[in-house]
Write a protein that binds this ligand. Structure first.
Ligand code: HGY
Ligand code: MN
Ligand code: MN
Length: 437
C-alpha cells in the first residue's frame, strides 16, 4: 500500500492533497491583473474562479448554487439525499488582497472539496456544504467579511450603502449580480447548519517554529480599523522655509512611527498603516493632505480599545504641535471571538487522528469563522505556513501538511455525529421543564 493511502478506505490522501494544490494554482490564474493574483468581490475573475470550482464540485457529486451575496455553495447530500438533513459547513473565502499569494482562503475551500472527494461517493448521515465566500478581505468596499455576514443575516443597510472606488453602492452591485444570475439562491445559511469548519494557512510562523503541521484555533483576535486625515497646507517646495511649513505627510510619518514603537511595547499588540495617499502628490509641492489607515489587533478587546484611543491621542498631539488638523473615522470594530468548545475538542481529536499533536492557537488574522461563529458553532484548523509569509506572492504550504489536514478533515467528519448527538442532548437538557412553567 503506498504511504499516502489510508489502510482502511484506500483513500489516497497524498494524491488528493496534490490535486488541491494544483487547483489553487489553476485558480491563481483567475485574476484582475496580469502577472499577479488579485481577485475581488463580484469581479469577472471571481466568476471565472466559480466556473472552475463548479465543475470540480459537480464531478464530486455535489449540487451547486451561487447565492445573492456571490457566495459559491456546493452541497453533498446525506444518505437519504435530504436537502434538510443536519449539515456541516466547510468554508473559507475565494477573494484575495491585491498581489496575493495562492492559498489564503482558497486552500480552505479546496480542502472542503477534497474532503467530499475523499468520501468517494460514500454518503454520511449528515450533509456537507462547501462554501466559497465572495469577500473576506474587504478590498472593494473597505468592509471585510461581506460573504459571511450575508450568510448569517448580518449584511446590514449601512454596509449595503457603502460605495466602491467607482462610486457603485454595494446594494447596486448585488442587484446587478442577481440580475446576471437569475438562479441565485438566498444567502442565508440553511437552518440545519449545525457546525462550521474552516481550514486556513496559519499566515504566521508559530507552527513552523513548533515543528507542527497543523494547529487548532481557540480564539480569533479582535480588530479595529480607522481612517485618519492629516490636513496641513500645500505650498511651494522651493520657496517655503522649513519653519513655516505645515506638512501633512511629515506629520503622518511622525505619527505612524510613534504608533509602531508604542505597539511594539504592548505585549500581543499589532498596529499597521497599510494604506496611505498624499495630495498634491508632486515632488515639488509640500503635502497638504494625507489619508491613511490604521489596523489594530489584540486578543483582548479592552487592550485593543485602549490602544486605539492612545494612538488617536498621539495623532492629535502631533497635529497640534505641527499646527495641522487631524480627523478620524472608525471604520469597524470587530470583537475577538472564542470558537466553540465542543468543536475545538472535536478538532483536537481530528488533528490527533492525523498524527499531529494538537496545539491551541490565537489567530491574529481575521477569518470568516469569527463572523459565522455568532450563529453556528465554529472551529478552525491551521496549516503550517513555511516562512510565515502571507498576503504576499511568496505564501507557501507543504503538500504533506495538506494531506495531514485532509486526514484531519476525514476524522472530523467521522466524529461529527457524536458532536451532533451531544449537542442535541445539551439542547434537550437546557429546555425548560414544561410542568414547572
Ligand atoms: O486581514 C485579515 O486578517 C484577513 O486576512 N482578512
Ligand atoms: Mn487574508
Ligand atoms: Mn484568509
Amino acid at each position: 500500500m503506498p504511504a499516502g493511502r489510508s489502510e482502511k478506505t484506500g483513500t489516497d490522501f497524498d494524491a488528493l492533497a496534490a490535486s488541491a494544490l494544483a487547483r489553487c494554482d489553476v485558480l491563481a490564474r483567475c485574476t484582475e491583473r496580469e502577472g499577479e493574483i488579485t481577485r475581488t468581490f463580484l469581479s469577472p475573475a471571481m466568476e471565472e474562479c466559480h466556473d472552475h470550482i463548479r465543475g470540480w464540485m459537480e464531478d464530486a457529486g455535489m449540487t451547486i448554487g451561487v447565492d445573492r451575496a456571490g457566495n459559491l455553495r456546493g452541497y453533498y447530500a446525506d444518505l437519504e439525499l435530504n436537502e434538510d438533513a443536519p449539515r456541516l459547513i466547510v468554508a473559507s473565502h475565494l477573494d484575495t488582497v491585491p498581489r496575493a499569494g495562492c492559498y489564503d482562503g482558497i486552500l480552505g475551500v479546496m480542502l472542503g472539496l477534497a474532503m467530499v472527494e475523499a468520501l468517494d461517493g460514500r454518503r454520511l448521515n449528515f450533509g456537507v456544504e462547501v462554501v466559497g465566500f465572495s469577500d473576506e478581505e474587504g478590498v472593494r468596499y473597505g468592509l471585510p467579511f461581506i460573504g459571511s455576514r450575508a450568510f448569517i443575516g448580518k449584511l446590514l443597510p449601512p454596509h449595503l450603502a457603502r460605495r466602491d472606488a467607482d462610486g457603485v453602492a454595494m446594494f447596486a452591485a448585488l442587484d446587478g449580480y442577481a440580475s446576471a444570475h437569475p438562479d441565485v439562491v438566498s444567502a442565508a445559511h440553511h437552518p440545519q447548519s449545525r457546525g462550521y469548519l474552516e481550514f486556513h494557512i496559519e499566515q504566521g510562523p508559530v507552527l513552523e517554529h513548533a515543528g507542527l503541521a497543523l494547529g487548532v484555533v481557540e480564539t480569533i483576535a479582535g480588530q479595529s480599523r480607522a481612517m485618519l486625515k492629516f490636513r496641513g497646507r500645500a505650498g511651494h517646495a522651493g520657496t517655503t522655509p522649513m519653519f513655516l511649513r505645515r506638512d501633512a505627510l511629515a506629520a503622518a510619518a511622525e505619527w505612524l512611527v510613534a504608533v509602531e514603537s508604542a505597539a511594539a511595547a504592548m505585549p500581543g499588540m499589532v498596529a499597521t498603516t497599510g494604506q496611505i495617499s498624499c495630495e498634491t502628490g508632486a515632488a515639488n509641492v509640500i503635502p497638504g493632505l494625507v489619508c491613511c489607515s490604521l489596523d489594530v489587533r489584540h486578543a483582548s478587546d479592552e487592550m485593543r480599545h485602549a490602544a486605539v484611543q492612545e494612538f488617536l491621542a498621539t495623532a492629535r498631539s502631533i497635529a497640534e504641535r505641527r499646527q495641522i488638523e487631524v480627523e478620524h473615522a472608525i471604520e469597524y470594530d470587530q470583537p475577538a471571538v472564542g470558537l466553540d468548545a465542543g468543536l475545538i475538542a472535536l478538532a483536537d481529536k481530528a488533528v490527533l487522528g492525523a498524527g499531529v499533536s494538537p496545539r491551541h492557537m490565537t489567530s491574529g488574522a481575521g477569518h470568516d469563522a469569527m463572523i459565522v461563529a455568532a450563529r453556528i458553532p465554529a472551529a478552525m484548523i491551521f496549516l503550517r505556513n513555511p516562512g510565515g509569509i502571507s498576503h504576499h506572492p511568496d505564501e507557501a504550504v507543504l503538500v504533506e501538511d495538506v494531506a495531514s489536514a485532509l486526514r484531519a478533515g476525514l476524522h472530523f467528519l467521522h466524529y461529527f455525529p457524536d458532536y451532533l448527538q451531544n449537542h442535541l442532548q445539551r439542547l434537550t437538557e437546557s429546555e425548560p421543564d414544561s410542568c414547572t412553567t
